[in-house]
Design a protein around this ligand. Sequence first.
Ligand code: GLN
Length: 446
Amino acid sequence: TQTFLERISRHDMLNAFITVCEDGALQQAQAADQALAAGNAAPLTGIPLAQKDIFCTLGSKTSCGSKMLDNFIAPYNATVVEKFNQAGSVMLGKLNMDEFAMGSSNETSFYGVAHNPWDNCCVSGGSSGGSAVAVAARLTPAATGTDTGGSIRQPAAFCGITGLKPTYGRVSRYGMIAYASSLDQGGPMARNAEDAALLMQVMAGFDPKDSTSVDQPVPDYSVGLNDSLQGLKIGLPKEFFTEQLDSNISAVIQTAIAEYQRMGAEIREVSMPNLKLAIPAYYVIASAECSSNLSRYDGVRFGYRCQNPEDLTDLYTRSRGEAFGAEVKRRILMGTYALSAGYYDAYYLKAQQVRRLISDDFKRALSEVDVLMGPVTPGTAFRIGEKTSDPVQMYLEDIYTIAINLAGLPAMSIPAGFYDDMPVGLQVIGNYFSEAKLLNIGHRYQ
Ligand code: GLN
């Protein structure tokens, strides 16, 4: 714990952490020492970890990357945090992220961008940018992230680490600040599949406090890591390998796929014709849900409150106007519009219908093959500031990741190789609750 705390302070310029919990971490480490000495160690006793600042942590700041919650001290622990406490781990601190998890570069954070450790002029990816940076720069052995449309997988790919977005409902969302509730899912971000399996073992499971959590037994995620991949059927969606994909990225992905072929996997092409509709459908649904979820930040109950409001309307307008950043406001406006009377059928309902078509595409493809493979991102990490002036360019970053959230499937980003000294991620998409298989596939590559 001390070593990691020292590294965190030495690499402060990476801006991976929003809050470092030095005292708390040292106390937890001491308690871990005692537990070890007494012979009652839990699975992660004494292992330092860090939490994305979207997870509520009792008694410490939980900002969600926003000025709105800059003064918010959570009065309870998220289920995920509670489970890590029970498993004996040590919490080093809270990690930087895009404001309310809206973004693909960590540039919408109230606390500033998190720098990519491979090239400090490049973004870390987002929204779990701080998590990816902290793991890649070895400021923590592993971290949590959340993924609504790619926020675990894309920063994992940009920073050269492993990130697993579990099946929707596998990990409790209780105490995980809501962005788009039907898409949000927490998961591990780690150096490799083996570590990700250890975290998944703690995070996964039914939670009566989350009505969308699934009551299904949790398998042992580590036991099958070395299983043979002989005969594994891998589908390559042809819609993933178009001219939109940088040819250099494509080359790295193809090399990785060839390696799986060498291990005995069979490759075949599949088609998912509705994938192209994923971005427009996602940005309608996610914005609609966020406009509803973020209505709770009204300047009255908790979070930021403007100075000297004249009346209630002024309190609402100025508190929200002063504390939300531009991207969050854009989403709230889009979402409110899509949900308003007269537009609901044309936008929200239509997007939900498209969502079903996309799920059906996956269902069909995954009835023919065991897993799908493709890129995580269209290119490697881009330069800080390169896409901030054009939101649509930024949204296109998610082209290979968001369809998976719309379908609720699990998917993983595996470090596949490098292009021009920057990491490239390989995405593996599996059927519902196939996390153990994905971890096995990730482990065999490393
Ligand atoms: N980049 C996407 C968005 O801004 C995904 C973010 C996420 O997964 N939280 O909505």
